[in-house]
Each structure stands twice: as structure tokens, then as C-alpha cells.
Design a binder for this molecule. Structure first.
Ligand code: AHR
Length: 619
């Protein structure tokens, strides 16, 4: 393998090359990174056939002691449904533990010893109330934390907000929240929320999951979908204005592509906040192409929606100063400083639809007129022929087999270097090669990413998809990070991404494999500077897709500084191509690092079968 590492040969890789794509899919947000523990906190969770239901709330007590129903008496006009509890048992005649309701959260709540949880609920009653709030084990037998809500009827005859902190005395991974009483009467509840106090930067995200994202050092975050943005039907598409403001007043919506309800606690502002907290560029995918999977607005009728897009302006909400109309809304919600929003994508995977181009152009013109600097991403693929419409970037998605994705490391070799650059916003090996996240899949992806590095004068951004899956609701397979209420692990596809964390903003150098290994090896070389100590590194990555050991002579020329003889190697491999990680064995297929004692310009190295190896040489 010959590498030209001379400064003249180096080509700067875009600072934005590798990032993440977050979609509300697989309960990635609701019941995922968003730390809300109550599922269906407003009793509004509608589905395809039911306008609202109380699932997964359950009743504690039998028919003779309690009757639970819903009505439309909430104090929140955009989510009117409230839960009504008729407690039928007489004073002293109720079970000693009381009757009421419980919520198991998203397949059980993770409650940790000595952690504090904030409970907020809205309550109304015609009588005085004495409600016991408790966190218990899944069958209610073990009490983890409890408190009482006592109030006179003069207080709770109108809807009243109650807030309290619960501190758990023990850890339970599948806990539930109970609201019970032994007092006869009628009680209404609405908007019941339970959040851990300790969240990522205090902004409501599960720390351990975001920590895995941080480790990928993403340069951008594309959100909130994917198909989630489109909806099966327009009525179920993501509408940003419905997701901002006090959480109690958000109507929530049924994501009919991935078939679950979200309270939209993780809304537009929270996404922007997450991007800011991660120090990464937000890429806002909006559905204002007014196109869903099954219905769309015709271009001849799109003008009012374009106007609405600018009047109800998501871009101004993100980046307008606090004296603009929508910037002031953001400021009132607690973020006076504008966010840095430099990219928007018009729709998702919609290029082939009848009205896409027509609608896109209307949005393009209107957005560019108002925000000339913003980069607009088209859904149409410009990798093999020029786009027939203006765009700053074009979206490119690929889901295929491992061998096909390996070969696609040259997908952009012939792409024009002029015109809009590619945003490979979704890529992954899928199908039988993938299992639920196999080594084989990850190696195909690694070769593809090496090709993107090589073609990073035509490709500006790339992200794997999907990023997260709650193991209890696997709507799409495979995914990069698997979690449940308390555990998480990276699939091999996650781990290969960690080999590319230094690439964005680094310098790419040409490399040549002398022997005929192009069907089984994919290689790249970058030089980069470690900002922590300003030292420079040469990083050589090699995928060995074959099933044999490969002995390789690496020759590096053109370096201005000598190679420190103590380097390191990192290898991702396993004994079986279909090996995966799991909750039981989360580290079966992870990168393993070792020292490289004789690092030099000329080295003989051995590559393991079915592996990705990185040689890290300090200069
Ligand atoms: O990543 C899963 C889905 O794949 C996305 O929602 C969609 O854009 C693509 O079809």
C-alpha cells in the first residue's frame, strides 16, 4: 500500500463530513433519548382508528371500587382529553393500598436509588383530595418512593398544577408510577409527567444515550426524520409549531409511518437545543413540501403553504434575533440567543413525487429571498447527472447488501465536482447481511465511508440510519444504538463510525494498493491535528472484507516530519461474520486497540480476516 502523505497531496475534508441522523423511529425519542418516563401523559394517544385512548395507563382496583373514563374537560384547549376517576368505594371500604391508576412508562420505568424525579400533574376534583403518588416495582409490591397530594376542594375545584420531587430508596428497572386514593369522590387528571432531575446538560435528554452520540463527535444532526417528517398522511406529518411552547399545551401526534404516538415533548426547540449542546450543526428537515406518503398538495395550490412557511417561520424561530416575531417566541421560551441554523432540507425521499419539484422551487425561492445564506437540500439525486433545479446540496440514501455497499465505495468516483454536493443522509447495510447489527454489515459500511472520504470533494456530509432503536419496538432493523429503559450498546455499525471521528476537517491523502486487492480491501489515509495537544497524526484505515489474513507492506512517502516509532492500531473484527453485540454481551464486537511498536514509513503489517484496522501514527 503506497501512501502519498506530502502536504501538497493533501485535500481538506469538509468540516461537516460525518454527523448523525436522528429520526423519531423505533421509539428513539419518545421512550428513548427524551427522558420523560410517563407514556401518554395527556391521555391523548390516538391511533389510526381511535382518536384517543389511555393506553398504557392501567386501573388499580375492581369495578366495585373504581370507574375510569375520559372526557374533554381539560384546561388545555389543544389537548382536551382528561382522565376521570370515579372512586366508588366508601370511606374505610376501599382497599388499604387505595384505588387509582398506574403508568408503566415505556416498557417499564428505570428508577435508580437516590435519584430524584420531578412529578408534575394537573388535578381537579369537586371534593378535597388525598392522593398517594408512588413509584413502585412493576407489580406494585415494592415501594420505591412516595408522597401525598392533599388539597381542599376550594383549591382543586379548578384545574390545579401540582409538582413534587420523589427520591427513590432503591433501584428498579421496570418500575411504574401510581396515583391512588382511598377517598370516595371524582378526580380528574391531566398532563402527568415524571422526569429524572439529572438529564444531559439539564435539558431533558437521557445522559447515557447522548454520551454515546457525543463519542461519535458528530459535526451535524439531521432531524426529525425521515418518513416521520412526511407522515403516511399529511394530517400526521410533523408540524413544528405544535411542538413548541409549554409541554402541557402540546397536542402530540400519532406518527403513522412508525405507528406510535408521541407527546412531542421532544419538539423543534429541544432538537435545536440538543444540537447546540452537542456543538453540532442542526439540519432541519421540514415537511413544507406538503407531501406525505399518500397525499400531497398540488403545486398550483402551494402558495398559501409557502406563505405560511415564512409567516409561521421555523427558520426565524431558530435564528431570528429576539426582536423578530418568531425569534421573540423562542426568547420567551428561554433561549434569547439565536441558534445557528445553516441547513434546511425540503422534504424526505420525495423527488419522484408529482408535485415535488414544483413545490420545492416555490419554497427554494421564498427561503433564499428571506435567508440568502441558508443551504437548501433537495431530495433529488445529483450523483450521476446534474440536478434540473437549484440546490446547495442533494440528499442521497442507500440501503443495500454488504457486498454491494462495499463495492459502492466508488459510488461518487465519477460524480461531477462542480454543482451541489452530496449529503448522504442515510446509509446502512440492510437485509439478511445485517442480522440485528452484524460485523458483516459494519464492514460494508466501513468501505463505503472510506469511499466517501476519498470523494469528499463531491460529498459534504454523511450519516448512518437509523441511529437508535428501543429494543421493545424495533420498527426498523438494523440500527446503530440499541437501548431499553436502562441499558444500551452499540452495534458494530456504531463502532465503525468511531474510526471516522477524526476525519471531518482532516486532510485526505491518496493511497494506492499495489496488488490486486480491490475486491476485498478498501483503504484511506488522512492527516489530522489533535486539538488537545496540537500533535499531528497520520491515520491509515483498511477494511479487509475477505476471509483470509492479508500481509501488506505499507510505504508512506512525502511526510515532512518523522514518524514516532510508537504508534497504535485499532481493530474491529470477530470470529464470525454475523457476530453481533447484545445486552448480554455488549462488547463482543468492539474496537480493540494495541500499541504498534515499530511504526515507520515502511511497515509490514498483517490484517485480520473480516476486519477494519486503523494504524495511528504520530508525526
Ligand atoms: O431510516 C429509516 C427510513 O428509511 C427513513 O425514515 C426514510 O427516510 C428511509 O426510507
Amino acid at each position: 500500500l503506497m501512501i502519498d502523505a506530502s502536504p501538497q497531496s493533501g485535500r481538506k475534508i469538509p468540516d461537516t463530513l460525518f454527523g448523525i441522523f436522528f429520526e423519531e423511529i423505533n421509539h428513539a425519542g419518545a421512550g428513548g433519548i427524551w427522558a420523560e418516563l410517563v407514556s401518554n401523559r395527556g391521555f391523548e394517544a390516538g391511533g389510526p382508528n381511535t382518536p384517543s385512548n389511555i393506553d398504557p395507563w392501567f386501573i388499580i382496583g375492581d369495578e366495585s371500587s373504581i370507574y375510569v373514563s375520559t372526557d374533554r374537560t381539560s384546561c388545555f384547549s389543544r389537548n382536551e382529553v382528561a382522565l376521570r376517576m370515579d372512586i366508588l368505594c366508601e370511606e374505610g371500604g376501599c382497599p388499604s393500598d387505595g384505588v387509582g391508576i398506574y403508568n408503566p412508562g415505556f416498557w417499564g420505568m428505570n428508577i435508580e436509588e437516590k435519584e430524584k424525579y420531578k412529578l408534575v400533574l394537573y388535578v381537579k376534583s369537586l371534593n378535597s383530595i388525598n392522593i398517594s403518588v408512588s413509584l413502585t416495582s412493576s407489580d406494585g409490591s415494592q415501594n420505591l418512593a412516595s408522597a401525598n397530594i392533599l388539597a381542599d376542594s376550594s383549591v382543586v375545584s379548578n384545574w390545579t398544577r401540582m409538582e413534587l420531587i420523589l427520591e427513590s430508596v432503591a433501584t428498579n428497572r421496570t418500575a411504574r408510577l401510581q396515583l391512588t386514593t382511598t377517598k370516595k369522590g371524582v378526580i380528574w387528571f391531566d398532563q402527568v409527567s415524571l422526569m429524572p432531575l439529572d438529564t444531559y446538560k439539564g435539558h431533558g435528554f437521557r445522559k447515557e444515550l447522548i454520551s454515546m452520540v457525543e463519542d461519535l463527535k458528530p459535526r451535524f444532526i439531521r432531524f426529525p426524520g425521515g418518513c416521520f417528517v412526511e407522515g403516511e398522511w399529511l394530517r400526521n406529518a410533523f408540524r413544528w409549531r405544535e411542538t413548541i411552547g409549554p409541554w402541557e399545551e402540546r397536542p402530540g401526534h400519532f406518527g403513522d409511518v412508525w405507528m406510535y404516538w408521541t407527546d412531542d415533548g421532544l419538539g423543534y426547540l429541544e432538537f435545536l437545543q440538543l444540537a447546540e449542546d452537542l456543538g453540532t450543526a442542526p439540519i432541519w428537515v421540514f415537511n413544507n413540501g406538503r407531501i406525505s406518503h399518500n397525499d400531497q398538495v398540488d403545486t398550483t395550490s402551494i402558495f398559501p403553504f409557502v406563505q405560511a412557511c415564512l409567516e409561521h417561520n421555523s427558520i426565524e424561530f431558530a435564528r431570528g434575533s429576539s426582536d423578530t416575531k418568531w425569534g421573540s417566541v423562542r426568547a420567551k421560551l428561554g433561549h434569547p440567543e439565536p441558534f445557528t441554523l445553516e441547513y434546511v432540507a425540503v422534504g424526505n425521499e420525495d423527488c419522484w413525487k408529482k408535485n415535488y419539484r414544483g413545490n420545492y422551487l416555490k419554497f427554494y425561492d421564498a427561503i433564499k429571498a428571506a435567508y440568502p445564506d441558508i443551504k437548501i437540500i433537495s431530495n433529488c439525486d445529483g450523483s450521476s447527472k446534474p440536478l434540473d433545479h437549484p440546490a446547495d446540496l442533494y440528499d442521497y440514501h442507500v440501503y443495500t447488501s454488504a457486498s454491494r455497499l462495499f463495492k459502492m465505495n466508488n459510488a461518487f468516483d465519477k460524480t461531477s465536482r462542480t454543482g451541489p454536493k452530496a449529503f448522504v443522509s442515510e446509509y446502512a447495510v440492510t437485509g439478511s447481511d445485517a442480522g440485528t447489527g452484524s460485523l458483516l454489515a459494519a464492514l460494508g459500511e466501513a468501505a463505503f465511508l472510506i469511499g466517501l472520504e476519498r470523494n469528499s470533494d463531491a460529498v459534504e456530509m454523511a450519516s448512518y440510519a437509523p441511529l437508535f432503536v428501543n429494543a421493545n419496538d424495533r420498527r426498523w432493523n438494523p440500527d446503530a444504538i440499541v437501548f431499553n429503559s436502562w441499558q444500551q450498546y452499540g452495534t458494530p455499525s456504531y463502532w465503525i463510525q468511531t474510526f471516522f471521528t477524526e476525519s471531518s476537517g482532516a486532510f485526505f491523502h491518496p493511497s494506492n494498493i499495489q496488488a490486486n486487492f480491490s475486491d476485498t480491501l478498501a483503504t484511506s489515509a488522512i492527516t489530522w491535528q489533535n486539538p488537545e495537544d496540537n500533535s499531528n497524526y497520520l491515520k491509515i484505515k483498511i477494511v479487509n472484507f475477505g476471509s483470509d489474513y492479508v500481509t501488506l507492506k505499507i510505504s508512506v512517502k512525502g511526510l515532512e516530519a518523522a514518524i514516532n516509532s510508537l504508534g497504535s492500531t485499532t481493530v474491529l473484527t470477530s470470529s464470525n461474520l454475523m457476530d453481533e453485540n447484545s445486552f448480554a454481551n455488549p462488547k463482543k464486537v468492539i474496537p480493540v486497540s494495541d500499541t504498534l511498536p515499530n511504526a515507520a514509513e515502511n511497515m509490514d503489517v498483517v490484517l485480520s480476516p473480516r476486519s477494519l484496522t486503523s494504524f495511528d501514527l504520530q508525526l
